[in-house]
Design a protein around this ligand. Structure first.
Ligand SMILES: *[C@@H]1O[C@H](CO)[C@@H](O)[C@H](O)[C@H]1NC(C)=O
Ligand SMILES: *[C@@H]1O[C@H](CO)[C@@H](O)[C@H](O)[C@H]1NC(C)=O
Ligand SMILES: *[C@@H]1O[C@H](CO)[C@@H](O)[C@H](O)[C@H]1NC(C)=O
Length: 330
């Protein structure tokens, strides 16, 4: 009888796991300590056949069963080395859930500082112990790369161990402390780490007959509209392009959808700039405080989205799962 009950419990557990629902984690009293195993990691310098000058960095995150659970891909002009316009903002990119196991996270994003060969990972997930509460955890790893330059391609992969085997690479992430309740005052905001979730991404493009998203010849492009949710404060915004694109770059304002606890409009605004050629999204959020001080934060994401052709037309609709975008290193 005991055996029977036991095997029933096991079968139930297996069923729950294979259903792929997000498992929540305990957040209170935990500092995190989540470990992510890296599978293949590869950097490719620009493909001379494409003449686009873009470097590509790709990494897979493995499940406990060692199959790729998330595939992370980022792309930027080679000379930027992972920093927006070569400046001081890291470029965050989405890690896409493969469905090959249980995903614990709502979003997973990575960024690579190619100058120091450091990979950063951030993920958001639900807390099992706090109703409606979400957490953010972040960590990094420095990787020793072995670069090979061939005639038409140059690429780098992590150096083998002295035994000639593949190195074990793990990224350990820790919880980013959530702001305590009641400290959402303007002056306190400047001391927090800021990041956002990009939701409901939508962009419609029309292409010349016969062209494809891989080699687009655009007839029209609506630019992106999306919702922005601050992971730090919970403020939400609705973002749409406000002008026609200038050379494939869309700029727009984000309308606040939130109110402060007192019921006044919050004193924060947001705006964006999207370079459709590079799929590069720059987000800025600004605060005007009652003490007449102000501050702003900037985050950058590589947002590729997935574009599908509308039946029997030259119109493509591009959408994306939620993407987390940070403001520099935690
Ligand atoms: C570096 O790459 C070369 C070419 O692929 C390979 O022969 C060599 O073993 C690698 N060295 C290390 C330390 O990974
Ligand atoms: C558009 O971009 C191209 C190449 O990036 C540049 O040469 C051209 O001057 C730009 N045009 C405008 C109007 O900014
Ligand atoms: C928002 O700005 C208004 C007007 O400048 C000011 O009266 C109010 O106190 C500010 N609120 C916060 C939370 O800073």
């Amino acid at each position: 009888m005991r055996n029977k009950a036991f095997s029933f419990a096991l079968a139930t557990a297996t069923f729950l796991l294979s259903s792929g629902a997000n498992a929540a984690r305990q957040c209170a009293g935990s500092s995190g300590g989540f470990q992510h195993h890296l599978g293949d990691v590869r950097y490719d310098s620009p493909d001379p056949n494409k003449v686009n000058g873009l470097s590509t960095i790709a990494a897979s995150l493995l499940s406990g069963g060692r199959t790729p659970l998330y595939e992370c891909v980022g792309q930027w002009p080679e000379e930027w080395q992972g920093w927006y316009e070569g400046g001081s903002n890291l470029i965050w990119a989405d890690c896409i859930y493969t469905g090959a196991g249980l995903g614990d996270d709502e979003t997973v994003s990575f960024a690579v500082d190619w100058k120091s060969k450091t990979m950063y990972l951030s993920h958001t997930f639900a807390c099992s112990d706090q109703k409606g509460s979400k957490a953010l955890a972040s960590g990094s790893i420095k990787i020793d790369f072995n670069c090979t330059t061939a005639e038409d391609d140059s690429y780098c992969v992590p150096k083998s161990t002295t035994a000639g085997t593949r190195p074990t690479l793990n990224i350990d992430t820790k919880l980013v402390p959530a702001p305590a309740d009641g400290t959402s005052a303007c002056a306190d905001s400047s001391k927090q780490y800021h990041s956002w979730k990009l939701l409901n991404w939508l962009r419609r493009i029309t292409m010349e007959p016969g062209s494809s998203p891989a080699d687009p010849k655009l007839v029209s492009d609506t630019g992106p509209s999306f919702a922005l949710e601050s992971v730090t404060s919970g403020d939400t915004f609705s973002c749409t392009p406000s002008e026609d694109s200038q050379n494939g770059t869309f700029v727009g304002a984000c309308q606040s959808q939130s109110q402060s606890a007192a019921g006044d409009a919050t004193n924060t605004t947001a705006a964006f700039r999207f370079d459709a050629k590079l799929n590069m999204l720059e987000i800025s959020q600004q605060w005007e405080c009652s003490d007449a001080s102000s501050f702003d934060v900037v985050g950058v994401g590589y947002v590729q989205a997935a574009c599908g052709r509308v039946f029997n037309s030259d119109e493509f609709t591009c959408t994306s799962d939620p993407v987390w975008i940070g403001t520099g290193v935690v």
